[in-house]
Design a protein around this ligand. Structure first.
Ligand code: GLN
Length: 607
């Protein structure tokens, strides 16, 4: 065979492969029947079961919390679980969402910017998630439109049912296959009755039908009103919400009633009668001191076994694993609320009125506080009014401060002033991302004599741009596409504070979400002034952790360590801050000893 012939053969082979690919793609698309349901090749019906959590009455009731707690109980029994959040909005990810409206943007290791509920799942399950665990209407519609342009629907008119709902089911089944999960936990954002999530609910109805009996367990979260003028619990709104769900063809199996106080038997009975759900499966999910107490509430009511029975997977569990896991979890929860000492940590930021925008930081502080035996009180500091003159008043009584991440210019001078104060008054400091950048600017101005030091994000034409846009990002324009995102390794310099708190490890991993960084040409001047860059990117001159050795605890990081703090693995940087704040408050405490006491749970962060 000559060369030309060989080429032709190769070409033919390629063509056949291409058309095979196309056929493979559309083979599961039944074009002439109404049973359109793309199923990934290799998917085995029945291997994976689904728990589907939906909200009625109103959003923000804690579907993610309920779902993650239930998932945790099944995971503890040795089952593999995979959560997925289905968001109603049309954004493809959460990158451009305002945390003031939607809560913090949570970043996964693979760089996906997603809803803060994914943080709840990661913390509760102690499991890293990826983009396959987060889905928005925007992603679903884009996929459907791409397929349409690609000719994948073979002449059919593309419709909400079956094509859009088909795409949703495909996403869930793919996740089931990739994760090899025993149970996929599906959380539908918003509330039943929202126009934007109606197709998700329909897709779930179809899924339950296609997967067959005992394949899906539907959980409805609802709200019991308790008007103070009446002094009794009212279930009417809950009943109406559940009715709406049932009108969509979904019979809930479990109902979780959110309420400030434990829901009375009578109110639960009303809900039960109205929705055909046995009373034992109408659960009171009242306010609790910590969300980490909810798994034991669910367990006490036997909801975990109810789900296993409904899904007929009791035979898959391993009770010995459950015993060990539960003991480990209880070691942690037993310490909640048992603290006899407290510290106050000030947090500066522009979203000070909305706790959700700082959810991960608050969680990380809680984890560190529980590990060290401190109740951590938070003092919010609105920095727009802070000046050199009044800063001492604003920071009165705080044992440590955090300047968290943020974008834009509002309040930045006030933050710099706070940092100046805590640096000079030896108050423990932790700067996160923007807080790291502000610490560099403060140090450059007040120690290195670069009085005009600034970030180009705040003042694009500034004279001393100590913080500037990343070289590789300079060409990319527009929001949403030009961030350094996701998990990156950090090389830690030996014999530094960072090295100590990370248990003398030389490489750790943290998550990033930033566009600006320290301009390498200022590093020498900054280091000469007494700053130490104790964490750097292994291959680039990107400064990732800074500290001031002459200060009891002054640390900043370009990363967001709060995103990876877990109840059983408090993040070393938060442990460091809270321990240092404790030493400030209780001078007999020793920083090194406190950190060492937590070292066991800290190993987790090393790569
Ligand atoms: N605005 C800064 C940057 O883009 C900090 C970002 C952040 O705090 N997440 O680099």
């Amino acid at each position: 065979m000559d060369v030309r012939e060989g080429e032709i053969m190769k070409d033919k082979r390629k063509q056949t492969n291409d058309s095979r690919d196309l056929l493979a793609r559309v083979s599961d698309v039944s074009t002439d029947s109404e049973y359109f349901s793309p199923i990934p090749t290799g998917y085995r019906k029945g291997k994976c079961r689904y728990v589907i959590v939906m909200g009625t009455v109103m959003s923000g009731l804690g579907k993610g919390i309920f779902s993650s707690c239930l998932a945790k109980l099944l995971q503890d029994k040795g089952l593999k679980v995979a959560p997925i959040k289905l968001e109603g909005y049309l954004n493809v990810d959460s990158g451009t969402l305002n945390p003031f409206r939607h809560g913090e943007v949570f970043v996964l290791d693979d760089g996906m910017e997603c809803d803060m509920d994914l943080g709840t799942y990661e913390r509760m399950l102690d499991q890293d998630l990826s983009r396959s665990n987060f889905c928005t209407s925007g992603q679903i519609y884009s996929e459907v439109l791409n397929k349409e342009r690609h000719g994948d629907y073979l002449g059919r008119d593309v419709q909400m049912i079956p094509h859009v709902t088909g795409e949703v089911k495909l996403r869930l089944r793919r996740l089931a296959m990739e994760s090899e999960a025993d149970v996929v936990f599906v959380e539908i954002g918003g509330t039943v009755g929202d126009l934007e999530n109606a197709f998700y609910i329909e897709a779930m109805r179809e899924l339950a039908y296609e997967e067959g009996l005992n394949s899906c367990c539907f959980v409805a979260l609802t709200y019991i009103l308790e008007p103070s003028t009446l002094g009794e619990q009212k279930s009417k709104a809950a009943q109406l919400g559940l009715k709406q769900l049932m009108q969509l063809g979904i019979q809930p199996d479990i109902i979780a009633c959110r309420c400030e106080h434990p829901v009375s038997e009578q109110a639960r009975q009303k809900v039960s009668v109205y929705s055909n759900v046995p009373l034992k499966r109408v659960f009171s999910m009242h306010d609790s001191a910590s969300i980490y107490m909810i798994p034991s509430l669910l367990r006490e009511c036997g909801l975990d076994f109810e789900v296993l029975r409904l899904l007929k997977i009791e035979d898959r569990i391993d009770l010995r694993t459950e015993r060990d896991q539960w003991a480990r979890w209880c070691d942690f929860t037993d310490r909640i609320g048992k603290d006899t000492r407290e510290v106050t940590v000030g947090i500066t930021g522009k979203y000070t009125s909305v706790r959700d925008s700082y959810a991960s930081i608050l969680n990380a502080l809680e984890h560190a506080g529980i590990a060290l035996g401190y109740k951590v009180r938070i003092c919010w500091i609105e920095t727009t009014e802070v000046t050199e003159r009044n800063v001492a008043v604003y920071l009165k009584g705080v044992d440590g401060i955090i300047v968290p991440g943020g974008f834009g210019t509002r309040g930045t001078e006030g933050k710099i002033t706070c940092i100046h104060y805590v640096r000079e008054h030896k108050i423990p400091y932790l700067g996160l991302c923007l807080g790291f950048q502000m610490a560099v600017i403060e140090f450059a101005r007040n120690v290195c004599g670069l009085t005009k030091a600034q970030s180009t994000e705040i003042e694009p034409g500034c004279i001393e741009p100590v913080i500037d846009i990343l070289p590789e990002q300079k060409q990319i324009e527009g929001l949403g596409g030009n961030m350094r995102l996701g998990g990156h390794d950090i090389r830690i310099k030996p014999d530094t504070m960072a090295w100590k708190i990370f248990g003398q490890e030389e490489s750790v991993r943290m998550r990033f979400r930033h566009r600006y960084e320290v301009d390498p040409k200022y590093i020498e001047a900054l280091e000469k002034g007494g700053i130490m860059f104790s964490g750097k990117a292994p291959e680039y001159p990107i400064m990732q952790i800074l500290e001031i050795p002459s200060h009891p605890f002054f640390m900043g990081t370009q990363a967001h360590p709060c995103l990876t703090s877990r109840p059983l693995h408090p993040h070393p940087m938060f442990v460091g801050l809270v321990a240092a704040a404790g030493c400030k408050r209780y001078p007999q405490e020793n920083l090194q000893d406190s950190i060492e006491a937590c070292q066991g749970c800290i190993r987790h962060y090393c790569v």
